[in-house]
Design a protein around this ligand. Structure first.
Ligand code: SF4
Ligand code: SF4
Length: 201
């Protein structure tokens, strides 16, 4: 993942003819927050630890949603690079549940079959859920290996960039090669929870 230093400067203007004016209200109903109260004050982006890596940032996503620019919001890398830390909501003067909005938009992106703005991060979610489903908890070595397989197309540099760090962590006992598994009843309960479209992409 690289900083979005160019932000949106090289892109074509957003097509304002494709608007879904009910989009913000729909998000509001599901994420339990009123986006129309957003002041575009940028406090959320100012406090966001991932803002450097995002194309729009949280304030931009709120603005796209209010303008009904659904496709632009769903294709943004911002919704995938959000780590759900809620730092934005803590500083938002209008108490907007921004992380909840990002959750909703990720789901919509998958439902509408929109090309994810950061496919390797979507693949990371998938690898995590696969590991969780197999063992009831994630195994980091397996997760890393699975993610490398899912992102083979990125190239050999991405494949080997973690090799030295990973080896050091294994030698220090920070990573465990053998996965631990939770008890069978708990495992079946986790498997009931971890299901659905995320795994089938
Ligand atoms: S901090 Fe809240 S009000 Fe300000 S831009 Fe972000 S979402 Fe909008
Ligand atoms: S929840 Fe997402 S958008 Fe909000 S501060 Fe954290 S990373 Fe940024």
């Amino acid at each position: 993942m690289y900083p979005e230093t160019k932000k949106l400067s090289n892109r074509e203007p957003v097509n304002m003819n494709e608007t879904d004016l009910a989009f913000a209200s729909k998000i509001g109903e599901i994420a339990g927050t009123d986006l129309n109260t957003c002041l575009t004050c940028m406090s959320c982006s100012g406090g966001c630890p991932m803002y450097t890596y995002m194309d729009y940032g949280p304030h931009g996503i709120m603005r796209l949603a209010v303008l009904g620019l659904k496709n632009e919001a769903l294709a943004s890398n911002t919704i995938w690079r959000c780590v759900g830390c809620h730092a934005c909501a803590a500083v938002c003067p209008m108490a907007i549940n921004i992380a909840g909005v990002m959750d909703y938009l990720r789901e919509e992106c998958l439902d509408d079959d929109v090309h994810a703005g950061d496919r390797p991060l979507l693949d990371f979610h998938r690898a995590f859920l696969w590991s969780l489903r197999r063992h009831g908890r994630s195994n980091k070595v397996e997760l890393m290996g699975h993610h490398k397989l899912l992102t083979l197309g990125i190239g050999p540099k991405a494949w080997f960039q973690d090799a030295i760090l990973g080896t050091k962590m294994i030698l220090m006992g920070k990573l465990h090669l053998m996965p631990s598994r939770i008890m069978s009843k708990g495992l079946s309960q986790v498997r009931e929870i971890v299901t659905g479209k995320w795994l089938d992409l």
